[in-house]
Design a protein around this ligand. Structure first.
Ligand SMILES: [Fe+2]
Length: 248
């Protein structure tokens, strides 16, 4: 099962100020790049919106996604409005109290897609996650916008963390198998391992930042995607591929 993850697309309205980055062309380019891998599924892990959720932008993105002919699934990020996302993408049946979280069965594997757009995993969702993990007799594969562990990126860890990550970790730690997590949000490429968790932070489609400094500092404008192979031998293989970004 081959997945491609793209994240933090931050697509703006036409003409909107985007600090000199052509985020719309970046989006079109990363879709073509994703298609070249011939994946079974494309996963979009949040922050489709540039800054504030915009229905017209979501409709434009949906038309582009539908056109590439790859099945896809998405979750919201902190710049998204999950209720609006669900409305535009026809996912309203998956909403619970305005949160868009759900399980996605793909062949032998069930992916769990979490909602963190408000910077927190609700109590109701945590109860659902606990129940869903208990039904998995093996490793879990999770997509969520925010990393559920401190990322070692001071600017993000201090300003924009998942606020109840301790509670979320506790649920994951109780799973008696590995938990493979794929997220975005931090605008860096990282891997974080703790106990049974392997957290993959995927670079964005907008800009990447230097993660060593406490203050924000731009690293580069290349864009990236993550290829994920859930292999029949049980190995979870993953690699990030970068492409040139577009400037206005
Ligand atoms: Fe984000």
């Amino acid at each position: 099962m081959k997945l491609i993850q793209i994240t933090d697309l931050h697509v703006a309205s036409e003409g909107e100020f985007t600090h000199g980055v052509d985020v719309r062309q970046n989006f079109l380019d990363i879709l073509q790049a994703a298609k070249s891998f011939a994946p079974d599924y494309l996963i979009i892990s949040g922050d489709l919106a540039f800054d504030t959720a915009n229905e017209q932008v979501y409709h434009w993105m949906k038309s582009q996604l539908d056109a590439i002919g790859i099945p896809y699934a998405l979750i919201g990020g902190n710049h998204d409005d999950s209720t609006l996302l669900a409305k535009v993408f026809g996912l309203e049946h998956l909403l619970t109290d305005g949160d868009l979280y759900y399980k996605l069965p793909l062949g032998e594997q069930t992916l769990l897609m979490l909602e963190t757009s408000k910077g927190i995993v609700s109590e109701v969702q945590l109860a659902w996650l606990t129940k869903e993990l208990a039904q998995l007799d093996g490793p879990a594969v999770i997509f969520m916008h925010h990393p559920p562990v401190s990322g070692g990126v001071p600017f993000m860890d201090v300003n924009y963390p998942l606020r109840n990550m301790d509670d979320v970790q506790e649920v994951f730690f109780r799973h008696p198998h590995p938990v493979y997590i794929f997220c975005g949000h931090y605008h860096v490429e990282k891997m974080l391992c703790v106990k049974n968790l392997a957290v993959h932070v995927t670079p964005t489609n907008y800009f990447q930042m230097k993660w060593q400094q406490p203050e924000f500092q731009l690293d580069h404008l290349r864009i990236g995607l993550r290829e994920i192979n859930l292999r029949p031998d049980g190995v979870v293989e993953s690699a990030v591929v970068y492409y040139e970004g577009n400037k206005i």
